[in-house]
Design a protein around this ligand. Structure first.
Ligand SMILES: CC(C)(COP(=O)(O)OP(=O)(O)OC[C@H]1O[C@@H](n2cnc3c(N)ncnc32)[C@H](O)[C@@H]1OP(=O)(O)O)[C@@H](O)C(=O)NCCC(=O)NCCS
Length: 143
């Protein structure tokens, strides 16, 4: 298994879009619009691969000089609960630190808040709806 940064466009990006669609959109009866995917162009795209297969991914958007937003984390069903999500978040935090960015923020699906709480993220503010399901904003200030 290997964690890496991938480029926008190309075969690996296509695999990432398929993984995100399968794990994050199809279960909600949704798809990605071309317009939405366009914004990936400016983001940091992280992937976890096993051979030719993409089994996990995550996206980072640099908001400003102090904050990075972690988005679209997804691990293939058969590989969940094996530490891959944790490794993706840890890599995101390392990338933030390398850029001297000390805060990570994210919109957590309410059902997944425990995953982020275990990684030291705290809930901020009230619940809100995104992609038709309850979410909470969570943040972590890095050491
Ligand atoms: C959420 C997700 C990325 C976590 O990845 P993962 O590889 O399964 O997570 P890990 O194996 O690193 O889990 C770390 C800890 O969080 C817990 N955890 C993982 N997924 C969880 C979930 N959905 N709800 C509650 N706890 C969860 C694990 O049990 C583990 O706890 P432990 O250390 O006490 O054993 C993955 O389950 C996933 O892709 N889910 C579907 C898509 C999704 O909801 N993405 C998040 C959008 S905000």
């Amino acid at each position: 298994m290997e964690l890496k940064i991938i480029n926008y466009g190309g075969i690996e990006y296509q695999k990432m879009t398929e993984l995100r669609t399968k794990i994050l959109r199809k279960p909600l009866g949704l798809t990605f619009t071309e317009e939405y995917l366009q914004s990936d162009r400016d983001d940091i795209l992280m992937a976890c691969v096993e051979g030719e297969e993409m089994i996990g991914c995550c996206i980072l958007t640099i908001i400003d000089t102090s904050t990075i937003q972690l988005k679209q984390i997804a691990v293939l069903d058969a590989f969940q609960k094996q530490g891959i999500g944790t490794r993706l978040v840890e890599l995101a935090e390392m990338i933030a630190k390398e850029k001297s960015i000390n805060t990570i923020t994210l919109h957590a699906r309410k059902v997944v808040t425990d995953f982020y709480l275990k990684l030291g993220y705290i809930i901020e503010g009230e619940e809100f709806v995104e992609v038709n399901i309850p979410h909470l904003q969570m943040t972590k200030v890095l050491d």
